[in-house]
Ligand binder design. Structure first.
Ligand SMILES: [Zn+2]
Length: 247
């Protein structure tokens, strides 16, 4: 095999990593094949209607609790910004971790919803960022960060500039560095409950931690995200007597 073919073979091996996340899944959407009908689209999406601990919810009437401190240990190793047809998604490299309950989770990706999916005491925010973490056994923990209108956020600006306009496209992050920490608020007080993925397959047993302090982004930044995704928030789901614990 000459060098050119060798390179080709190698690139071919790597190619699946660069497929849009939505390539293999049954199509779903927020309009048309909308959230009310997700469970009808695929047998794998049954939890979307049959589940009893679904997300998002209205975070209200929380029980005061002394929750374990969140140790958010994010570096700046991030590889790409993707428009996957459902959201703008930033893929994390190695070395971005969350430590909670004595477990060390790896950050896999973060992405955005407009408007916010969770309500905080009945209030909806312009955007919400989800930081999705996994343990090696596939247990999922998500940190939700509510975003309100205020000052421009520089990291969000970098993400918006890189985000492809066309669904299914991906842009590499120059140098592989992104100071994602600047998308976190100053304090990490949070509300915790047991929920699900807010997109198909709506898998349950997701450990949700939504930070109480929002971060600011500008009105112009909100408008630019809304131009890509005017509404990619799943409606509020029934609580079914789940406890909501508040720091
Ligand atoms: Zn999300």
């Amino acid at each position: 095999m000459n060098r050119r073919n060798l390179l080709k073979a190698f690139t071919g091996l790597c190619f699946p990593l660069y497929q849009p996340a939505s390539a293999a899944e049954t199509h779903w959407d927020y309009k048309g094949d909308d959230p009310q009908h997700w469970s009808e689209l695929s047998a794998e999406y049954q939890s979307c209607s049959a589940g009893v601990s679904q997300s998002p919810i209205n975070l209200d009437h929380g029980i005061k609790a002394s929750l374990p401190q969140l140790e958010i240990d994010y570096g700046d190793n991030f590889t790409s910004v993707e428009n996957n047809g459902h959201t703008v998604l930033v893929t994390a490299g190695k070395g971005n971790q969350l430590v909670v309950d004595g477990e060390r989770y790896n950050l896999v990706q973060c992405h955005f919803h407009h408007p916010s999916e969770h309500l905080l005491k009945g209030a909806r925010f312009p955007l919400e960022c989800h930081f999705v973490h996994r343990l090696p056994d596939d247990e999922i923990a998500v940190i939700g960060v509510l975003m309100k209108e205020g000052r421009r956020n520089d990291v969000f600006e970098q993400i918006l500039r890189l985000a492809p306009k066309t669904p299914g496209k991906m842009a590499e992050i120059p140098g592989g560095h992104l100071a994602i920490k600047n998308l976190l608020p100053a304090t990490f007080h949070y509300i915790r409950y047991s929920g699900s993925l807010t997109t198909p397959p709506c898998s349950e047993a997701v450990n949700w931690m939504v930070l109480i302090e929002p971060v600011e982004i500008s009105a112009e930044q909100i408008a630019r995200f809304a131009a890509l995704y005017p509404d990619n928030a799943r409606p509020i789901q029934p609580l079914h007597h789940r406890p909501i614990l508040e720091d």
